[in-house]
Design a protein around this ligand. Structure first.
Ligand SMILES: *Cc1c(COP(=O)(O)O)cnc(C)c1O
Ligand SMILES: [Zn+2]
Length: 422
């Protein structure tokens, strides 16, 4: 008796991916049907979602919920996405940052504060889109290799959706980021190696195991689209306008490329006026392969071995590095990097000027904003947005030695006066 193969693909329902029509190779333009694919079968280039958008109005978007699903027509998700349990991330605050602007000598500055997402980083956006894809593709396991925040977001979103999660991290990751994953999942796997080793292992598992959705590997095209919502929100919150300059942290580079894609889509759909804007990338010197390539004028990014406190940005071989270079060069922006001490100082600077506690990635971004201003690469008279992608409570160690009690005193008025604080 012959048995039929059990690997037959389950049917994908109509409208599972909204207005998305297929996958397209960013290098050669070859197309593929929507599914758990991420590399071009012709040239091994990365695949990206393509769409056929209907007319979409500002009013339609404004009538939507106060989370990323207000932009569902622009994402590869079904129209009934709000019915499926998810963490409803997004629509975070865009805060005018006049104190920080004054400190840095800028005229008009905004902080897009993504530290207030459900698991306190921008990763909840991308994971929500990957979760929808995993659900529509009937995946059995929701997984990721992670520098920390992604593992938190995958573990939490999977718990809420009732799907099994397995998350892989470098074993030297900050304790708070380990706990923030392990609290949501039984399957936190610490790997002895750096992120690039963890990522390689994940690709191997994705190739061997059936029905695993690795959010940033085999469903990466769907995942990546979630970052576009940062761009949509910034434009909408500015009153349907684009900023003149934007500073974005770079790990794999996905977020930066997708914020740019979002701005381009808004222009193409007539939702904002077409105008020039400059995109800037931020890295920590201890892992700055894209910044190095920018400085040296290279078209390729040379992989590096990360050594920095900005662990959420510590990807030595960034998948979207060359696209980041293209975008920053084409728009007249730049990419810069700063030392770990400058990262620490910038965390404290943002906290003391604006009351926002950011993690090392945000310290990197704010510190690079400062450096770009000082070196004249960023125009201080233009309207600027800086993205804070994660929360400082996850990387407390970064500033523990830098801030603390101004005095330790006896519980008496005299002791207080003697301390010289009044
Ligand atoms: C992952 C991450 C980034 C960068 O993401 P990429 O899209 O890989 O460049 C930035 N900030 C934080 C806090 C992150 O966790
Ligand atoms: Zn190709």
């Amino acid at each position: 008796m012959t048995t039929t193969a059990e690997t037959s693909t389950p049917t994908i329902r109509d409208g599972a991916f909204g207005n998305a029509t297929g996958l397209v190779c960013r290098e050669c333009g070859a197309t593929k049907e929507l599914g758990p694919h991420y590399v071009c079968h012709e040239c091994f280039g990365p695949l990206e979602i393509k769409y056929d958008f209907p007319a979409i109005t500002r009013e339609q978007i404004e009538a939507g919920p106060a989370n990323i699903w207000r932009y569902k027509a622009l994402l590869p998700v079904p129209d009934d996405i709000e019915q499926s349990p998810n963490l409803e991330p997004g629509y975070t605050r865009l805060l005018r940052a006049d104190n920080l602007a004054a400190e840095l000598g800028l005229t008009k500055l905004w902080v897009k504060d993504d530290s207030t997402n459900p698991t306190n980083s921008f990763k909840d956006r991308v994971v929500a889109c990957a979760l929808s894809a995993a659900r529509e593709l009937h995946s059995k396991v929701f997984a990721c290799p992670s520098t920390g925040n992604l593992a938190n977001a995958v573990a939490a979103a999977g718990a809420r959706a009732g799907i099994k999660t397995v998350v892989f991290i470098p074993s030297d990751l900050e304790t708070p980021k380990q706990v923030n994953s392990a609290v949501y999942t039984e399957n936190l796997v610490a790997v002895d190696g750096n992120y690039d080793d963890v990522n390689k292992l994940a690709s191997e598992i994705a190739g061997e195991e059936d029905g695993w959705a690795f959010v940033n590997v085999n469903v990466r095209p769907f995942y990546a689209e979630g970052s576009k919502t940062l761009g949509y929100e910034i434009a909408e919150q500015l009153g349907w306008r684009l900023p003149d300059q934007i500073v974005i942290p770079v790990a794999s580079g996905s977020q930066l490329t997708k914020v740019h894609k979002a701005f381009q889509e808004l222009i193409a759909l007539g939702l904002v006026e077409d105008k020039p804007y400059k995109v800037f990338g931020a890295q920590a010197t201890g892992c700055s392969p894209v910044s190095e390539a920018f400085r040296e004028g290279w078209d390729v990014v040379r992989p590096t071995r990360p050594d920095t406190i900005a662990k959420s940005l510590a990807i030595g071989n960034p998948a979207d590095g060359v696209y980041v270079l293209d975008i920053c060069r084409e728009t007249g922006g730049a990419i810069a990097d700063i030392s770990d001490d400058e990262v620490r100082a910038a965390i404290v600077l943002l906290a003391r000027t604006e009351g926002i506690f950011t993690e090392t990635a945000g310290g990197t971004t704010v510190g690079v904003l400062k450096k770009l201003t000082e070196t004249g690469l960023l125009d201080p008279t233009l309207e600027t947005v800086v993205i804070n992608t994660g929360h400082g409570l996850k990387t407390l160690d970064a500033v523990t030695g830098l801030v603390g009690p101004a005095a330790t005193i006896a519980p008496t008025y005299d002791a207080f006066v003697a301390a010289g604080i009044a």
